[in-house]
Design a protein. Structure first.
Length: 301
């Protein structure tokens, strides 16, 4: 019982330190980012050419009450005649007393080169409702100023990116929440109001075909938010005959992930990832991991 109260108190204190929450908990995270580039970069919408729809579910800090929980529905399609890609993402992201429900619409335009190489530029529109469940922490922190604030805020924002695609090398750079819309939960004249901080993403992977059946894919993702340490994730994935995939990644100073997936009839892909965190919650015997499930259907010919 003592550990449960301690875990709950730690999560509430972390989340209710408002400036840190607003910066670090705004963009949902998934482990299998290589397979879902356009979730973080609008220029990658339609990069695979095959239209697809998918679902993803992620539960972080599974031993901690109120740990981050994310549900995502997404889809994209490339229109070759117009050299344009379209992506749509809907999500629900909950962490402790805070939750975000919203989505994004991505548009990309391609400049084609020889041998299937392509340079893509993208823009996205973002909409979101940010909520605070004040009843969940009123008993623990009865004098918190957030108890007198609004319970929800509706916001819109934008993002942009550039993406280079080829049969081997794929690189991208993007920025989300470009306009940094204000979150005015506290109606005061102080500097404690929050906003949607810009998130910068740099990512890439390389397809190294080792033989006729296997492709080895080293990958990297760097996420940077101003005034916070950059997050760096390095990984490698092995794909066997476009049917079975396994991989591992290391999240610098935080933990590591292992994931696997299977693709049936070149159309239906099912994936699972397990992440184990050393910080900040790995000190608890049952609170340092995350589970992620994904399901994606490709409209392949």
């Amino acid at each position: 019982m003592r550990y449960k109260v301690l875990r709950t108190s730690l999560l509430l204190i972390t989340l209710l330190t408002f400036n840190n929450v607003i910066k670090s908990q705004q963009i949902f995270k998934i482990s299998q980012f290589v397979q879902h580039n356009y979730l973080y970069n609008p220029a990658a919408a339609g990069a695979n050419e095959e239209a697809s729809i998918g679902l993803a579910y992620r539960k972080m800090w599974s031993g901690m009450p109120g740990g981050p929980q994310t549900n995502i529905v997404y889809g994209d399609k490339y229109f070759s005649k117009m050299k344009t890609g379209l992506g749509v993402v809907l999500y629900s992201d909950k962490t402790g007393p805070t939750s975000r429900t919203g989505g994004q619409v991505d548009l990309s335009y391609s400049i084609d080169f020889e041998k299937g190489r392509r340079l893509m530029f993208g823009l996205e529109g973002i909409f979101m409702q940010y909520r605070i469940n004040k009843e969940s922490f009123a008993h623990y922190i009865p004098n918190d100023p957030l108890l007198l604030s609004n319970s929800s805020e509706m916001k819109g924002d934008a993002g942009a990116g550039v993406y280079y695609r080829s049969s081997k090398l794929n690189l991208g750079f993007s920025v989300q929440q470009l306009m940094q819309s204000k979150l005015n939960f506290l109606k005061t004249s102080s500097n404690s109001e929050g906003k949607l901080y810009r998130h910068y993403f740099v990512g890439g992977h390389y397809n190294w075909r080792t033989d006729e059946s296997n492709v080895l894919i080293p990958n990297v993702m760097i996420n940077f938010v101003p005034n916070l340490p950059a997050e760096v994730e390095l990984g490698v994935r092995l794909e066997h005959q476009d049917i079975l995939s396994i991989g591992v990644s290391y999240h610098y100073h935080q933990g590591f992930s292992a994931y696997t997936g299977i693709k049936a009839y070149k159309k239906l892909a099912i994936g699972y990832a397990l992440s184990v965190y050393k910080t900040p919650l790995g000190v608890f015997e049952d609170g340092g991991e995350a589970h992620e499930f994904s399901l994606r259907y490709f409209f392949a010919k």
